[in-house]
Design a protein around this ligand. Sequence first.
Ligand code: B12
Ligand code: SF4
Length: 508
Amino acid sequence: MTQLRVVLIKPSKYSIDGSVERFKKGYMPNATLWHIASLTPERIGNVPIQVMTVDEYVWQDLSYLHWLHHDPDVITLVALVGVQSHQFHRALDLAAYARHHGVRHCIIGGPHPMTCDTTSLQGRGVSFALAEAELIWRQILEDALAGELQPVYGADQRWAEQLPSVVINPPSSTDLARYGAPVLGLYPVRGCPYRCNFCSVIKISGRQVRNPDIESTLESLRRAKRGGVKIIKFVSDNFNKFPQVRQLLQAMIDENIDLPFYCQCDTQIAKDPELVALLGRARCYEMFVGVESFSRKTLKAAGKHHNHPEQYAEIIRLCNEAGIRPHFSNIIGFPEDNEEEIRHHLEVLKTLRPRIVSFYILTPIPGTEQYDDFRKADLITERNLDRFDGSCYTWSHPNLSRTQLQDLLYYSYVNYYGFLLKSGKLPDDDLRFSVFCRYMAGNKKHPMAGGFDRILVDTMTDYSALRRQTYDIDFSPLPDSLSLSAQDENLNRLADWRMKRPVENVSA
Ligand code: B12
Ligand code: SF4
């Protein structure tokens, strides 16, 4: 009897020096790998399926490349998962490597192929997944077994209206040991009703908030606990928009799940003190909030109408009261920003004193509304997708040069965490994190890049000939954004209908 071997790889990215970014320890296991592994049945018909998982960021040797070679005893399917724009070249190269070594079935899926036009790269032996795995993964597996993949999957529908219950199996203890702590990422709800122009989440998951039943999330939590996971990261955007969030949290408390967790909320959480208190009781230890800017004018121009800077202090107060550490995420380099404005932003942040902060450079992420606007206005200066990672200068800013913006990015980290370290006794975790962020940024490395202690194993030049041979390119051209199908537009309209009135006006 034959066997289907599914090799799931979360590709890393190429750094500025051309090396494949790898770390001695990762920040957290990539959620997509475990999500898709858990969506994979144990067998189809009488054919058993074996799943291998590789998170390239933490793989410190190249032994996994053997799984990308043809093996006459099994049918191999190589799937590059969760591929973001800055990881797209690396994904193309790994697929080319597998094709070159005789693997017939290779597919690339995730944020980039879902939201960007890959037509010019199609029909060259590598397939593309343009929809959520819940809609198309089974078909891909069946086609691999039947002997041939289609060039493209999911072109007609990006999002499932109803999400099936999926119970996530945690990584093995060997895999968990590759990370700084035994963490698991879970995605119990997806979609966001807002319309921020720089955001690709609404293009990847849509504006209609959708979730599988909460029992599957509870079962994932139980399995995580039994499997040695000590921390959960709910990677869903805007956990507070999850209609069943209260039931889930109450069930976690009633069952004494007792796993500390991180979640992301939008700034409207400021108006929901009961939810913050409930989150605290359910053991939320960190709440990530995209505050982005303190300028209401800038926020409005970015379509982030629901952010009201005067409410930010209340979020910190509520979090502190509930024993949750607030994490404020900031964007620098909005079109309205200048150096003085960014320095002023830092000073305001210090008066609020969130325990964790992160900073990113405004990046026109392919697939977003802002990317389309900037492209039309011929503002995008960077041609290499590897650089669209939130830490690089990619477009012609009216007030800030490349050097100014990049220096301000690292300065913001050094300055803020330096301030925290000087300003008094910090809890141990905060102290370690502050030292880490200040050290990384001091060495001009982005602290949120995904891991600690970089190691050098391989570089882009090891793969560039194969890239040229397979796709006839040295670098992928900047893509057009993919438009939504009528079905997906309808689902988005449902989000507007649910909100009763246009989202832009809600709480503006
Ligand atoms: C968690 C997270 C992180 C973590 C990652 C930790 C880790 N080890 O994975 C951290 C904090 C390190 C991080 C960092 C960054 N991130 Co991030 N991150 C996320 C977040 C919130 C969740 C991702 C996730 O786990 N989703 C859960 C999984 C299950 O969903 P999924 O990957 O989308 O997979 C589904 C589909 O895409 C599809 N699919 C995926 N792969 C495949 C493959 C096949 C074959 C098929 C059929 C289907 C399929 O099916 C899956 C199930 O439905 C997303 C936002 C979001 N909601 O998507 C941003 C997001 C992915 N990040 C983004 C960015 C830009 C970054 C940063 C560059 C900086 C920044 N601005 O945040 C850095 C880069 C660092 C790095 N090394 O990549 C962007 C990517 C945009 C893009 N189009 O490329 C997103 C979308 C957020 C945004 N701002 O728009 N991030
Ligand atoms: S609130 Fe967050 S997830 Fe929603 S559209 Fe804005 S940036 Fe994206």
